[in-house]
Design a protein around this ligand. Sequence first.
Ligand SMILES: [Zn+2]
Length: 263
Amino acid sequence: MGNSICPLCYSMNCVEKPVYARFLNFRDYQKLLSCRDCSHMWRYPSVSEDRKLNDRYELEKGIVTYGAFSIQNADAVPVRNMARVSRYVFPGAKILDFGAGNGAFLDYCRRLGHDTWGVEIEIEKIPAHLQEYVKPDIHHFDCAFDVVHMNHVLEHIQEPREILLEIQKRMNPDAVLLIEVPNEIYSATSCMKRILHRKSNSATSLYEHDHYFTPKSLKKLLENLHFNHVFVSTLYDNGNFMIARKILSFLGYGGLIFSACRK
Ligand SMILES: [Zn+2]
């Protein structure tokens, strides 16, 4: 990923966005680049290439890892994800949870009797009884899946386009791909959070993400990769002011970007 070519659409019509970078609490040496063609934004240098970032990450690992995810919601997440996935699951369907994390959703699916597999680079986070179903990368799978689930994964992957192509090769005809990513640039709630709690949110944006998708950039990416029936919308996350959140989501300013498409 160079610093002047869009990693999603390969356009060279890219500019730096210093104001947004400040808004995301980037450090001075970190750049936020934006594609004028597909509206995608991404970090340069990437998380994996950023030496200074990784040194700090090692120092503050505990705080960041547990600060970014709410432990009390751990049980609610698989149920919420299943509600979304279940409409596409048929008897005998093969499910892939790409970016399986701690294996909670994979475990939940398997306990419901679904033939579910996972990809997780930090395979040590997966409980021992599930490790035989999880591989460290997609190349270990030569089978085809009917449903692929990617929940808050794509924004962490340095080359999302290449990974999606590998996933696509392993999808059955008409299989479904479900993606959720944060709407960090245009989300009204993330704007509010950053203004109100600048400090506590700085860790999240400093360490975690290579890509800042917009509804438009995600849709264009999936269409360029020839996925069919591409649906993209923004969603609200749970919290107060639900009516306001629903209105903002309808207008494209929800905290999350959700996409469903078929091969
Ligand atoms: Zn682009």
